[in-house]
Write a protein of this length. Structure first.
Length: 115
């Protein structure tokens, strides 16, 4: 039970300290603006906290910064994605820069995945 509480507190803190890319995407996700689908931000899913999740559509959207390009981080991301996919989720990953510089293109990719 303590782990669950710690995870929820950590997720709440992440929601308060969003990256600029997360803020941009959340402004588009909130209030079901993308295909009428409800997204939640910084949500615990098993042992992980994902950036954005649509539980009704089983879609996870992760926004990655440059640190995710390092070998160890890529391996952890692959493990995380495999764990989520084993549980029926689809996982989309976008770079921070793509969200900031090509928001509409990122949203189009998300719409296709929801399609």
């Amino acid at each position: 039970m303590k782990k669950d509480r710690n995870q929820m507190l950590f997720a709440r803190n992440l929601r308060r300290e969003q990256t600029e890319a997360e803020k941009v995407l959340w402004a588009r996700f909130r209030s079901r603006q993308v295909e009428g689908v409800k997204f939640r931000r910084q949500q615990p899913v098993g042992p992980y906290i994902v950036d954005f999740a649509s539980f009704e559509r089983k879609l996870i959207v992760e926004i990655d910064g440059g640190q995710h390009n390092e070998k160890e981080a890529r391996e952890k991301d692959e493990e995380r994605t495999a764990w989520l996919e084993e549980r029926g989720y689809s996982v989309l990953r976008f770079w921070n820069n793509d969200v900031l510089m090509n928001t509409e293109g990122v949203l189009e990719g998300i719409r296709k995945a929801l399609g």
